[in-house]
Design a protein around this ligand. Structure first.
Ligand SMILES: C[S@@+](CC[C@H](N)C(=O)[O-])C[C@H]1O[C@@H](n2cnc3c(N)ncnc32)[C@H](O)[C@@H]1O
Length: 273
């Protein structure tokens, strides 16, 4: 049966609009709003440097120019962007895209450099039409997407030449059944991405009750548009992610997050190029 991608994307988006609670309170776990380690120390390192230090390196010399960060799946409060604002102040312009954004009365501070847009990251091109970014991040957002590798390409498209991206929790085997069956394909796929200058940090995770590989991705945009060697498979994949909300210290709650995504097949002929 052919997968109606648009319909799946729409359904998953509706689910995520309702189910936003968990890591949206992430920065509140250890400290009250506006205090604490924030994201600086939580982000994966890249080339032995904290990601924020890479962004420091992109800061334009001309003081009137700003560094623009677009955060995919920013959460309704845009905490990562708030951290960026605290670091770079009026040299910073941040756009967060999320399926739900907080009402003004829920926000205790205002941050002039931070703008949150309600919408689906699959439509990011349309939501921030004509904009380009020095930095794109997607932190704990990719597992909720119907078509994550398409979104990876959208992110590359949005970057200015020399701009950088950092994405975590990008599923591999879970969406590429051939890879789940034959782990040598995973190595070939990762090698392909590395040859194109993408840093792939692989790790094992539990997915649908099984051990499975996912990865963080970081790269600097070069002149060539990123084309991931995947095509859509015919079978959609049902997901059940167990979310354990430990932010309620005395009474941690757990709930299941259900949605359906596309599956991918590998373009094997491209892997060796
Ligand atoms: C686990 S939270 C992560 C938030 C934040 N990036 C962080 O690291 O704390 C995932 C967020 O992605 C949002 N989300 C899920 N699917 C989305 C979609 N298709 N488009 C936009 N936002 C989405 C959810 O509403 C939620 O706020």
């Amino acid at each position: 049966m052919a997968v109606n991608r648009e319909q799946l994307i729409q359904q998953a988006y509706e689910v995520s609009r309702k189910r936003y609670e968990y890591n949206d309170r992430r920065r509140l776990l250890d400290a009250p709003h506006g205090v604490g380690a924030g994201y600086n120390s939580l982000l994966p390192t890249w080339k032995q440097q904290n990601f924020m230090q890479h962004v420091d390196g992109l800061m334009p010399r001309e003081p009137s120019l700003l560094v623009r960060v677009v955060d995919f799946g920013s959460g309704p409060y845009g905490f990562f962007l708030i951290d960026c604002y605290e670091r770079w102040g009026n040299r910073f312009d941040g756009i967060g895209i999320n399926s739900r954004v907080a009402e003004p009365q829920e926000i205790t501070h205002t941050y002039p450099g931070v703008r949150l847009i309600e919408g689906d990251v699959h439509n990011a091109n349309r939501l921030i039409k004509g904009a380009s970014a020095d930095v794109v991040t997607s932190l704990r957002n990719i597992p909720y997407l119907v078509d994550p590798w398409k979104v990876v390409m959208i992110i590359d498209h949005l970057l200015k030449p020399g701009g950088i991206a950092l994405l975590d929790q990008v599923p591999l085997d879970a969406l590429i059944p051939e890879m789940e069956r034959d782990s040598s394909l995973r190595k070939l796929f990762v090698d392909f991405l590395q040859r194109r200058g993408i840093e792939v940090i692989l790790y094992e995770t539990a997915w649908r009750g099984k051990l499975s590989f996912e990865c963080s991705l970081a790269w600097q945009k070069n002149s060539e548009a990123l084309k991931v060697p995947l095509v859509y498979g015919s079978e959609p994949i049902e997901h059940q992610l167990q979310i354990v909300d430990t932010s309620q210290a005395l009474d941690p709650s757990a709930y299941d997050y259900f949605f359906t995504s596309v599956s991918y097949n590998i373009k094997r002929d491209v892997l060796h190029t």
